[in-house]
Design a binder for this molecule. Structure first.
Ligand SMILES: *Cc1c(COP(=O)(O)O)cnc(C)c1O
Length: 458
């Protein structure tokens, strides 16, 4: 017996309804749909997105080993905050904190927190700076009404966010054309007894360099000795915290320096874990203001928490521990050196095009290539970013630097674990060809330029 064509049943049998129908997007759906339809609907949306493997804008991990993916997939149902129910997950978190404290040369017993990323870690770390400053001021009988925080224009937007959300005056040291990090001479004029701390960056999002952290530390040590003002230094090592210990082990930026009291690092950047994991590490237990720790009796067990979020997945904590024990120093060093070698190769190939100036390639830097146009050509860096993405689907951002270097436009390609030698060769060739095309046809219109929305702040 043959069945007559029927759009409903044929649709269910051979296709899915969104081949010809508009997708739900405005009102809360009345009826549901089959699991297969829902899965295809989401999949079809994602097919229009960029391929993470060609996203050279992001610092965030886009590949993990199959064994790590298996751990993640098998533990998505575990709520990290249920310490009483999942004590081994809590223990694994503490192991990660102790290992990172060791990596960063903490002198002894310490403490820290697992966070959603460096942003949450920075909010918590800066709150602790504020609380400790207030205690110092109260003890000395001084006012506690006008706290300030000193940092450079090269920081991530989260530092300004902290200042606005938590009512602290930001004292931002502007950059200058040709000088994209800060040092002690920039910081010194802004310090006083209301300074809750100085934030310095290890591996800026803009050019991948570090602030002069040793210089700033020396300044703060002198300030403490000469004027009795004890200003702590927080290092934002979101990207650099998993790079410097392996590529530049003798370069001092961490708890080897006296005034460095806390450090944040993103597990999901060069910690090589998928998004959703960051760490805050204190130099000593006393550097965490005790008032910020909540001790609750929840589900039958007293539990201390120091977080902005509550419920969250366990999977990325487990994945971080997997990476730490899987790679160790030897593995991370091997991976970081490969990335640096490929970043250097890309820099050599771009230099050979005779169009670009490489930015700070002789200094300690994250594994990336930062460059800008050097000569007079009828197109700019935004045009190159647009041409590369339109023609070859590479996502390489172009952006202007923060004030007072806002007239400088640069491009930056992250060289990650999966960017192979073959990819580097192809990328360099594609950049060269994009420039040839642009030289013939000229730069894009303003309108097209605005479509390149890939910013540096990832
Ligand atoms: C990425 C980054 C941040 C924000 O970190 P998330 O982990 O994305 O929250 C903060 N500071 C610096 C220097 C960064 O590179």
């Amino acid at each position: 017996m043959t069945t007559l064509p029927d759009s409903q049943t044929d649709g269910a049998l051979f296709g899915n309804r969104f081949v010809t129908q508009e997708v739900p997007s405005r009102v809360f759906p009345e009826g549901g749909m089959s699991a297969v339809d829902a899965m295809r609907l989401v999949g079809e949306d994602l097919a229009l997105e960029g391929d993470p493997a060609r996203n050279l804008a992001t610092f965030v991990t886009t590949w993990m080993e199959p064994e790590a993916q298996r751990i993640i997939a098998e533990n998505l149902h575990r709520n990290f905050i249920d310490h009483a129910e999942y004590p081994r997950t809590a223990e694994i978190e503490q192991r990660c904190i102790r290992m990172l404290a060791d990596l960063f040369h903490a002198p002894g017993e310490t403490t820290g927190a697992r966070t959603q990323g460096s942003s949450e870690a920075i909010m918590l770390g800066a709150l602790s700076l504020k609380w400790n400053w207030r205690k110092r001021q109260e003890k000395a009988g001084r006012p506690t009404t006008a706290p300030n925080l000193v940092f450079g224009g090269d920081v991530h937007v989260v530092w300004e966010k902290f200042c606005r959300y938590f009512d602290v005056e930001p004292r931002i040291v502007p950059l200058q054309p040709g000088k994209y990090t800060i040092g002690p001479d920039d910081v010194a004029p802004h310090l006083d007894e209301n300074t809750i701390g100085v934030a310095a960056v290890l591996g800026t999002t803009f050019t991948g360099h570090k602030d002069d952290i040793t210089g700033i530390n020396d300044l703060l040590v002198r300030l403490k000795g000469e004027r009795g003002i004890d200003v702590p230094l927080h290092v934002d090592a979101a990207s650099g915290g998993f790079v410097w210990p392996f590529l530049y082990p003798h370069s001092e930026w961490d708890f080897r320096l006296e005034q460095v009291r806390s450090i944040n690092v993103s597990g999901h950047k060069f910690g090589l874990v998928y998004p959703g994991i960051g760490w805050l590490i204190f130099r000593e237990t006393a550097d965490l203001a005790d008032d910020l720790v909540f001790r609750e009796n929840y589900l039958g067990k007293t539990d201390a928490t120091f977080t902005l979020n509550f419920s969250t997945g366990s999977a990325m904590v487990l994945a971080q521990y997997y990476n730490l024990v899987r790679y160790g120093r030897a593995g991370y060093t091997y991976i970081m050196r490969n990335m640096r070698a490929n970043a250097e190769l890309l820099a050599d190939k771009l230099a050979a095009l005779d169009l670009f100036e490489l930015i700070g390639r002789d200094e300690e830097q994250l594994p990336l290539t930062a460059f800008k146009l050097a000569g007079d050509v009828p197109y700019d860096e935004f045009d190159i970013a647009w041409q590369l993405s339109a023609e070859r689907a590479w996502m390489v951002p172009a952006y202007t630097l923060p004030p007072n270097a806002q007239d400088v436009t640069i491009m930056r390609a992250l060289v990650k674990e999966t960017l192979s030698r073959e990819h580097v060769d192809t990328l360099a060739r594609d950049i060269g060809e994009a420039c040839e095309t642009l030289a013939r046809k000229g730069g894009a219109h303003e309108y097209e330029r605005r479509k390149v929305l890939i910013g540096p702040g990832h």
